[in-house]
Design a protein around this ligand. Structure first.
Ligand SMILES: Cc1ncc(COP(=O)(O)O)c(C=O)c1O
Length: 390
C-alpha cells in the first residue's frame, strides 16, 4: 500500500507511546506509577452519567445536527458569555467529539500551504503536527521558565508578520502549567489586531486555576471577532472518554467548521451532548472539589520534587501538570525519562515530547492519588541521586 505524502508530515502524541511502553513493562510483571497521561482521576459526576442514561432510554441514539444540538449550543453560548464576559450567540458555537477536532478543523479551514502559524513551544504536540500536515510553516515561540512559562514576547514581536495566518495560545498551559498574565495576553492581542491575525485560544484548562486571574483573549477590545475559543468537557467534568468539546468562533468560520464536521464525524453523539447539557446546567460543586484536591496534590508534588537531587520545580498556577527543570543533571530529558521508567518504574514524559524548547525538563501529571505521587517521588530519588553524582 502506498501512503499519501501528507501522512509523512503527521505527528503524534508521545504520551501514548510512553503509556504503551509502560504497559509492556506491566505485562512483564513490573509495577509502574503512571505520571505520563493527562486526565483527571475522578469519575464523571453521577448526575452527568444519569443524564446520559436517561437520554439513551428516551431514544436519543440517532443523528443530530452537525454543529450540535440547539439546546447545547445555547447553553455553551451562555456559559462562555458568563465566564468570558462577552456576548456569544449559539450560531457561533460548534460542538465536536472532544475539543481536539477544533484544532484540526480551525487549522484546516484557515491555513494554506506555506502560511506561517505561531504556537507555544513546549506546547501540545498536536498543534505542530497539524500545521505540518496541512503544509503550513510552524513558527514556535519558546516559553521561558523565568517568566512563569510565558511567551517570549520580544521574539514573538519579531516573528509575527503578514505571513502569519494564525496564532495559537494555550492558557493554562500543557505541559508547563503556566498561565499567561493579562499583560502578556494584551501584548499578543495588540499584534494580532495590528496584523489582523486570527487567534486560536486553547482554554481547555481554564477551570484548573489555583491562584490569580484568568484572561481570555476573546474578552479584550476588538478580539472576539478574530478569536476561536477551544474548550470542552473532558477535563473540567472528568469526561475524557466521552469525547465532547466545542469551539466558539465568528459565524463564517463556524459554517466552515460545521462543513468539516459534515465531512468527517457527521455529528457528535446525541446522548453525550445531553450529558454535556446536564454538566453545564447542573451542580458545579464536583468541579470545585476536584480543583481543590488537585491544588493540594500540586503542592505535594512541587514540594517533593524540589527535595530531589538535581531537580528544581516552579509551582504552576494552572492545569494539572508540573514541569520540573532537570538541566542540572546534564543528560538529555529523554534519557532521564527512560531511566525513570526502566529503573524506578515511574512513567513521566521528557519535555522534548512537547517540542525542542522542552529540553532540560520533565512533565509529570499529578491528577493521581496522593499515595501514587508519594510512591513516585520515593522511587525517583535513588535514580536521580545517582545521576546527580555523575
Ligand atoms: C492543551 C490541550 N488542548 C486540548 C486537549 C484536547 O482535549 P479533548 O480530550 O477534549 O479532545 C488537550 C488534551 O490533552 C490538551 O492538553
Amino acid at each position: 500500500m502506498n501512503f499519501a505524502e501528507r501522512m509523512s508530515r503527521l505527528g503524534t502524541e508521545s504520551a501514548f507511546e510512553v503509556l504503551a511502553r509502560a504497559r509492556a513493562l506491566e505485562r512483564q510483571g513490573r509495577e509502574i506509577v503512571h505520571l505520563e497521561i493527562g486526565e483527571p482521576d475522578f469519575d464523571t459526576p453521577a448526575h452527568i452519567k444519569d443524564a446520559a442514561k436517561r437520554a439513551l432510554d428516551a431514544g436519543h441514539t440517532h443523528y443530530g445536527p452537525s454543529a450540535g444540538l440547539p439546546e447545547l449550543r445555547e447553553a455553551i453560548a451562555q456559559h462562555i458569555s458568563e465566564t468570558r464576559g462577552i456576548p456569544v450567540s449559539p450560531e457561533e458555537v460548534v460542538v465536536t467529539p472532544g475539543a481536539k477536532p477544533i484544532m484540526f478543523f480551525t487549522i484546516l479551514a484557515l491555513v494554506n500551504r506555506g502560511d506561517e502559524v505561531i504556537y507555544p513551544n513546549p506546547g501540545f504536540p498536536i498543534y505542530e503536527s497539524v500545521i505540518n500536515f496541512v503544509g503550513g510553516v510552524p513558527v514556535p515561540i519558546p516559553l521561558r521558565e523565568e517568566t512563569g512559562f510565558g511567551f517570549d514576547l520580544a521574539l514573538f514581536e519579531r516573528k509575527v508578520s503578514k505571513r502569519t495566518r494564525l496564532i495559537i495560545i494555550n492558557s493554562p498551559q500543557n505541559p508547563t502549567g503556566g498561565v499567561l498574565e493579562r499583560e502578556q495576553i494584551q501584548s499578543i492581542a495588540e499584534l494580532a489586531r495590528h496584523w489582523q491575525i486570527p487567534v486560536l485560544a486553547d482554554e481547555i484548562y481554564r477551570y484548573f486555576l489555583y491562584e490569580g486571574g484568568f484572561t481570555s483573549i476573546a474578552s479584550l477590545a476588538g478580539m472576539k471577532a478574530q478569536t476561536i475559543i477551544l474548550d470542552g468537557f473532558s477535563k473540567a467534568y472528568a469526561m475524557t472518554g466521552w469525547r465532547l468539546g466545542y469551539g466558539v468562533m465568528p459565524i463564517p468560520l463556524a459554517e466552515h467548521v460545521t462543513r468539516l464536521m459534515v465531512n468527517s464525524a457527521s455529528c457528535t453523539a446525541t446522548f453525550v451532548q445531553l450529558a454535556g447539557l446536564a454538566a453545564l446546567q447542573g451542580d458545579q460543586s464536583p468541579v470545585a472539589r476536584m480543583v481543590a484536591e488537585f491544588k493540594r496534590r500540586r503542592d505535594l508534588i512541587v514540594d517533593g520534587l524540589n527535595k530531589l537531587p538535581g531537580v528544581s520545580c516552579r509551582s504552576p498556577r494552572g492545569a494539572f501538570y508540573v514541569f520540573p527543570n532537570v538541566s542540572a543533571l546534564r543528560r538529555p530529558a529523554g534519557e532521564i525519562a527512560d531511566l525513570l521508567l526502566q529503573e524506578a518504574g515511574v512513567a513521566v514524559l521528557p519535555g522534548t515530547a512537547f517540542g525542542q524548547h522542552g529540553e532540560g525538563y520533565l512533565r509529570l501529571w499529578y491528577a493521581t492519588s496522593e499515595a501514587n505521587l508519594k510512591r513516585a517521588l520515593e522511587r525517583m530519588e535513588p535514580v536521580l541521586a545517582r545521576l546527580a553524582r555523575g
